[in-house]
Design a protein around this ligand. Structure first.
Ligand code: ADE
Length: 250
């Protein structure tokens, strides 16, 4: 199969993040693997597989591995929500990852804090051209939202106190947002040499109000934002059909 004939994976962590994307797909069929439902179909002229990863790094890594091994996807786009960390980002802004890091990885003093043992790196880069296209797509699809590009950090923790959020900001001052899956996908995609792009809308400020802001935002806004950005991205991708082949990872 030519790389560009392979499907594109569209991933969300929660139902609310993906439901509007699923609603736009045509010719949909469902296959269950490892307790997850993988929805094959078409969207804006592309073969796609949409799936809920589940929440957290293990669930995300497992989902990514099945997408690669069983569905032979050519690349992955993760869409969902995150908590804002940097001072200049606010609820409703969009953050596209240029790099991803696991903030709960710490094998020190054997390895530097955050470094993934044996890989020799803490930060995983997203695919440059897909990321640039995702930024343009978000700006076009949601002209009212501010779009940022930079570091997203992931860990198996819903950050819901100002004290914890400030600790993360002190330790990783360039981190824009925190979530629970992106860097795990990035590690799997790095191992397989597969292109990845991650876009997150900020549902909360990862502070003492995070849980109420998150619940409301996910219910009211997350799905429409995800669908709007992904639709625009796939439309633009048709104009650059070999984007992943021309900019391989590794
Ligand atoms: N996803 C959305 N908000 C989050 C937060 N505050 N912490 C971790 N993941 C999140």
């Amino acid at each position: 199969m030519h790389p560009s004939d392979k499907p594109i994976a569209l991933i969300g962590a929660m139902q609310e993040e993906l439901v509007a994307v699923l609603a736009c797909m045509t010719g949909v069929s469902c296959q269950a693997v490892a307790g997850r439902q993988f929805w094959r179909g078409h969207l804006h002229g592309h073969a796609v597989v949409a799936v809920l990863s589940g929440i957290g790094k293990v669930a995300a890594a497992m989902t990514a591995t099945v997408l690669i091994e069983k569905f032979q996807v050519q690349c992955m786009v993760f869409t969902g929500v995150a908590g804002g960390l940097a001072r200049h980002v606010k609820v409703g802004d969009v953050v596209v990852a240029t790099e991803l890091l696991q903030h709960d990885m710490d094998a020190s003093p054997l390895f530097p804090k955050y470094e993934v043992p044996m890989l020799g790196c803490a930060r995983f880069k997203s695919h440059h051209a897909m990321t640039a296209l995702l930024v343009q797509s978000a700006q076009h699809a949601l002209p009212q939202a501010q779009v940022h590009a930079g570091l997203i950090i992931s860990g198996d923790q819903f950050v819901s106190s100002a004290a914890e959020s400030q600790r993360l900001q002190r330790e990783l001052p360039d981190a824009l947002a925190v979530e629970m899956e992106g860097a795990a996908l990035a590690q799997v995609c790095r191992d397989y040499g597969l292109p990845l792009a991650v876009v997150r809308t900020l549902s909360d400020r990862a502070d003492d109000e995070a849980h109420t802001d998150f619940t409301q935002f996910v219910k009211d806004v997350a799905s429409q934002y995800s669908a709007a950005i992904v639709s625009e991205f796939l439309k633009r991708l048709r104009l650059v059909p070999n984007i992943t082949a021309a900019n391989p990872v590794v």
